[in-house]
Design a protein around this ligand. Structure first.
Ligand SMILES: [Zn+2]
Length: 94
């Protein structure tokens, strides 16, 4: 975007031009969006880690308590872990 003061081109999201002009109005919008995205990704991360922790606990527990059940339950709990990992690495949407 162009600086309204000196006309110099600045990168999108730049908060201050080289001439010292502050893109104040623009800054507020950007910060509000960033805060919202951060809050959403934090929630996603908590859900993701929760799923992973649950999956790990269930699979470890089933492994030690009921190894006679074989591998099917273990695989099901691994699915829960994978769902948690997917939550963590899926891109945050607006
Ligand atoms: Zn400028």
């Amino acid at each position: 975007m162009d600086c309204p003061y000196c006309g110099e081109w600045n990168l999108e999201g730049t908060r201050e031009c080289e001439c010292g002009y502050l893109f104040e109005g623009y800054e507020e919008v950007v910060e509000a969006e960033e805060t919202e995205i951060r809050a959403r990704s934090r929630t996603r991360q908590m859900v993701g880690w929760g799923l992973i922790a649950t999956g790990v606990l269930l699979s470890v527990g089933s492994f030690f308590l009921s190894s006679s059940f074989g591998g099917t339950r273990f695989l099901a709990f691994t699915g829960v872990i994978l769902a948690g990992v997917a939550m963590l690495f899926m891109p945050a949407r607006r």
